[in-house]
Design a protein around this ligand. Sequence first.
Ligand code: GLN
Length: 191
Amino acid sequence: MKIGVLCLQGAVSEHGEALASCGADVEYVKRIEQLDHVDGLIIPGGESTTIGKLIERFGLAGPIKELASSGRPVYGTCAGLILLSRNVPGHSELLLQMMDTTVSRNAYGRQRESFEADLDIPVLGSAPYKAIFIRAPQIIAHGPDVEVLATYDGHAVAARQGNILVTSFHPELTDDNRMHCYFMEMAQEKK
Ligand code: GLN
């Protein structure tokens, strides 16, 4: 099972390590051709405006959508969630719009730019999941096809719509690899 990590900007190597610990082969994706032979793709956190511009510059938006249309899963974390969302008030680089979510960027405010929270994520089992949020986006609305996997402060912070998975937090920054293994299972289901 080969999982790609979009490697344009932001936290990439930690995603690779977490995927490898779940038994995945990892491909750091920069070019369109690489998308042909991955079984799933992670769009990592970072700065969504920058990543969006690079996606546009390298012509990756269409190929990423095609990858998802073929049934292979895509997982957007933090800035990746912003890039996948259908609606982001005030954000001009909406290229992908693959997830029926509305998100507010940097929504947790200055005091809480970075924080940790123990979440209940039933699809990962009963043990609490320590989630790390960094200038995180908040999912302020979502459509009926979006399955909420976890909430914090009354808002969805992990969600799935078919083969698209998103989290407001950074799963690659903890030792807990359950989110990455869950994504691997989504790729296995497709295969
Ligand atoms: N605040 C960033 C943005 O708006 C996202 C932060 C992150 O990915 N950790 O793009």
